[in-house]
Ligand binder design. Structure first.
Ligand SMILES: NC(=O)c1ccc[n+]([C@@H]2O[C@H](COP(=O)([O-])OP(=O)(O)OC[C@H]3O[C@@H](n4cnc5c(N)ncnc54)[C@H](O)[C@@H]3O)[C@@H](O)[C@H]2O)c1
Length: 283
């Protein structure tokens, strides 16, 4: 089946990025969030990103207009029926995603392929909420989506070869490099990244160094482009905590236990860049 229209559920930082790269690859995109304000915020993020790209001379103004012309914002979930591929990028919450996929399964024609951008939740379990587990797959983009090369492609237990090939082709058409990964908590990226960030938060909690100090150690000592605490702020501390809670619950191994300071910050609403405050202040 040829994929022409992509429905993206969730217009937050990941959903808007996915909508952008899909539209830039020539797909027609429908971007959905819960309220018109959230939809406008997502479309506005794309518009600003592309405007900066035009200013840098890397994109022609008429190409920007064409990309924006391929993106339609909506609050109507029913519009998922127009797409051959649905990519889900809503909050990292199992109950929310299961409910959403049940609804989407009811709305979409049988051949529509479903992909989840979950950071850590089991693809097989999400697929189980639908009657199309063979047409269900994980498509884990990295943040910020327009700039990051990697997409982890996660096959659920019943994902068909045909679905996997179609999604690998879509990923490549977006200029990304897919890596196939088995369905296990955190896949590969977050199995490694989340414990590293957690350890950095423990270092901060124990007063080993300041946030700047910890990040500088990893940047200058390990050649990381960004320190783990600044990266956590970029990802969103709620998302980091959700990933650690999934790893801990699934493996029952204390090495994945989330640092109390991280949990406290999430409870305080200090979620990183998106809330204006995390390990650093963005106000
Ligand atoms: N932040 C990262 O670095 C990162 C990286 C890879 C994957 N992810 C995953 O991507 C997903 C989204 O993360 P994010 O960082 O974009 O979060 P975010 O908080 O920026 O955005 C989530 C959006 O989903 C919307 N939403 C909630 N329920 C919805 C529903 N039923 N229908 C439509 N929209 C709904 C919210 O209103 C919000 O706008 C999560 O599963 C996360 O784990 C995040």
């Amino acid at each position: 089946m040829e994929i022409r229209t992509v429905f993206v559920a969730g217009a937050g930082q990941m959903g808007s990025g996915i909508a952008q790269v899909a539209a830039q690859a020539g797909y027609r995109v429908i971007l959905r969030d819960l309220t018109p304000e959230l939809v406008d915020r997502g479309v506005g993020t794309i518009d600003r990103f592309l405007a900066r790209t035009v200013e840098k001379g890397k994109l022609a103004a008429d190409e920007k207009a064409a990309v924006m012309g391929r993106i339609a914002g909506t609050v109507k979930l029913e519009r998922a029926a127009e797409a051959e591929l649905v990519i889900e990028a809503v909050v990292e919450n199992l109950a929310v995603k299961l409910e959403l996929f049940k609804e989407l399964d009811r709305i979409c024609p049988a051949p529509t392929v479903f992909a989840s951008n979950t950071s850590s939740l089991p693809i097989t379990q999400l697929a189980g909420a639908t009657g199309r587990a063979d047409r269900f797959i994980g498509m884990h983009f990295m943040n910020p989506v327009p700039l990051m090369q990697l997409v982890e492609i996660i096959r659920g237990m019943a994902t068909s070869d045909e679905t996997c090939q179609a999604v690998l082709a879509v990923t490549r058409s977006m200029g990304k490099t897919p890596v196939e990964v088995q369905d296990a908590p955190g896949f590969v990226a977050n199995r490694i990244l989340a414990p590293m960030i957690n350890e950095a938060v423990y270092c901060l909690q124990e007063g080993l160094a300041t946030a700047e100090g910890i990040d500088t150690v990893m940047k200058l000592g390990m050649n990381h482009p960004m320190g783990p605490l600044a990266l956590a702020d970029l990802i969103g501390l709620d998302t980091v905590l959700s990933i650690l809670d999934v790893l801990y619950a699934e493996f029952q191994d204390s090495k994945y236990r989330a640092c109390p300071l991280l949990r406290k910050m999430v409870r305080a609403g200090w979620l990183g860049r998106k809330s204006g405050r995390g390990f650093y202040n963005y106000q």
